[in-house]
Design a protein. Structure first.
Length: 207
């Protein structure tokens, strides 16, 4: 009886310890970087956290406009793109390991992702080309990382589907073949078609 009880207590203790290790939020409900299915997850470090948070908090600091900037002047938009890439570069030199992406740029520029997508369809051709160029540059960066195994394949594929217009699909081409030929006249086709002829069968009762 004691042996069974001790075994039960031991399993319970181990179960509690395991749940504690997989706890996804702290005591204030803030999300932890814990994913049960990812055994090779590399925890985010302090430099990364500081670099990411500094981008996100800009649009909420005192003095920030209540309305998002419109960047109607294309030169201002280009300057913001260059500033974003420079920020990524300087942060990574300090060990932040940031990756440029669409959502990250939108936070940096103080706009939302939908706004950028709307500009891509509504603004003049020159402005649209710049947005396309920016997205291509971001896609190229992430593709190089993915090819080197530095971005998980499923994360890369999902991101490209959502942010870069790529789709994963299987194409099946079916080609019709006319066994009678394409250049036959109706009379020639009629002569080639076998017509069932009635068969005269005389039945004979077998005794």
């Amino acid at each position: 009886m004691n042996k069974l009880g001790n075994s039960s207590d031991y399993r319970h203790k181990k179960g509690v310890e395991k749940m504690d290790k997989l706890e996804t939020r702290d005591e204030r409900g803030v999300r932890r970087q814990v994913y049960k299915r990812d055994k090779g997850l590399i925890p985010i470090d302090g430099n990364e956290t500081e670099a990411l948070i500094s981008v996100m908090r800009q649009q909420f600091l005192p003095g920030a406009s209540g309305r998002p900037p419109k960047y109607e002047n294309l030169a201002d938009f280009k300057d913001k793109v260059v500033e974003y890439f420079d920020y990524i570069s300087s942060s990574n030199k300090e060990g932040a390991k940031l990756i440029p992406d669409i959502e990250g740029f939108c936070c940096f520029a103080g706009i939302c992702r939908d706004t950028l997508n709307n500009w891509e369809h509504e603004r003049n051709a020159e402005y649209v080309d710049v947005i396309h160029g920016f997205k291509n540059a971001v896609a190229s960066f992430k593709k190089q990382l993915a090819l080197k195994g530095k971005i998980p394949a499923i994360v890369f594929a999902t991101d490209f589907n959502n942010n870069h217009g790529y789709t994963q699909k299987q194409e099946i081409n079916i080609t019709a073949s006319n066994i009678l030929g394409d250049q036959l006249t109706p009379d020639e086709i009629a002569r080639r078609v076998v017509v069932d002829e009635p068969v005269d069968v005389k039945w004979k009762e077998v005794k």
